[in-house]
Ligand binder design. Structure first.
Ligand code: ZN
Length: 257
C-alpha cells in the first residue's frame, strides 16, 4: 500500500501526499497552498510526480500554478469541466490514470453538486473526494442541484465498504454534533464521536475513514433511514416522500445549524 500523509493547510484543509512504494516520490491531492507542499518536499527530500485536483475552489487548487512552474516534469490532473490554472491533463468519468512507479491506478468519477465539474479519484482501496463527501457530512451545494448531489453521493456510497475516504477538510467533529441531532439513537455515531474526540484531542486527523463506517454514520448517505426521515420532517414541518427532498431539507438544516 502507498503511504498517504495529511498535510494541514489554511484553517482546516488537508492536502493529501501519496507516497511511491520506494518512498522517494509523491503525488499531492488538492494543493491549495504551494508553500505547504514545497516545505514537505524539501524537508523529506521527495520528488513531486503529479498533482490531482478535485475541483476549482482556490483552497484546493491555488498552489497548482506555482508547483508546475517550479517542477517541469510534474503532471497536473483536474476536472474537464472546470478552469484551474496550471492543469494540463483534463479528466472525466471513467478515465484511468496509471502511476507505474507508485504501482497505482486511479479511476475518475464525476460527482457534481458542490461545483459543477467536481471529480473524485478512486480505486478499491482509496478515495479522494474533495468537498463532495466529508466524514459524517457533505459539501454545500454551491453550483449544482440537490438531485445532482444525491446522484453524486450515491456513486460514492456504492464503492467498496473497505475503501478509505480522504476528503478535503477536517470537519468531522462538527459534523458529528449535527449528525447526532439527526440520529440521536445511532450507536455507531456515538462510538465514532468517542474515537474522533480522542484523535482531535491529540491533534491527529480524523481521516481517513472507511466507506463502510461512513454508511453507518453519515446522515447524508442515510436519507432513506426512518430516523433520518423522521427528524428531517420534524425540522421541515412537512411530509417528505423521496430521498432527494429529504436530502435537500437535511442540507438546509445543516446550513442553518
Ligand atoms: Zn470546495
Amino acid at each position: 500500500m502507498n503511504n498517504i500523509i495529511a498535510l494541514p493547510a489554511f484553517k482546516d484543509n488537508y492536502i493529501w501526499a501519496l507516497h511511491s512504494l520506494d518512498g522517494t516520490e509523491v503525488i499531492v491531492v488538492d494543493p491549495g497552498d504551494p508553500k505547504v507542499v514545497f516545505d514537505y518536499l524539501q524537508k523529506n527530500k521527495l520528488k513531486l510526480s503529479a498533482i490531482l485536483v478535485t475541483h476549482h475552489h482556490w483552497d484546493h487548487s491555488g498552489g497548482v500554478r506555482a508547483l508546475v512552474d517550479h517542477f517541469d516534469s510534474v503532471s497536473a490532473y483536474g476536472p474537464i469541466g472546470e478552469k484551474v490554472d496550471g492543469i494540463k491533463h483534463f479528466v472525466s468519468e471513467g478515465d484511468e490514470i496509471v502511476f507505474p512507479s507508485f504501482q497505482l491506478t486511479l479511476k475518475v468519477l464525476e460527482i457534481p453538486g458542490h461545483t459543477l465539474g467536481h471529480v473524485a479519484y478512486f480505486n478499491e482501496d482509496i478515495l479522494f473526494c474533495g468537498d463532495t463527501l466529508f466524514s459524517c457530512g457533505c459539501g454545500r451545494v454551491f453550483e449544482g442541484t440537490a438531485q445532482q448531489m444525491v446522484t453524486s453521493l450515491n456513486k460514492l456510497k456504492a464503492l467498496s465498504p473497505r475503501t478509505m475516504m480522504y476528503c478535503g477538510h477536517e470537519y468531522t467533529l462538527a459534523n458529528i454534533h449535527f449528525a447526532q441531532n439527526v440520529e440521536p439513537h445511532n450507536k455507531a455515531l456515538k462510538n465514532r464521536r468517542i474515537l474522533v474526540e480522542d484523535l482531535r484531542h491529540r491533534d491527529l486527523p480524523s481521516l481517513p475513514i472507511s466507506m463502510g463506517e461512513e454508511r453507518k454514520t453519515n446522515p447524508f448517505l442515510r436519507c432513506e433511514e426512518p430516523e433520518v426521515i423522521d427528524s428531517v420532517q420534524k425540522y421541515a414541518k412537512i411530509s417528505l416522500n423521496d430521498p432527494i427532498s429529504v436530502f435537500a431539507h437535511l442540507r438546509q438544516w445543516k446550513n442553518e445549524f
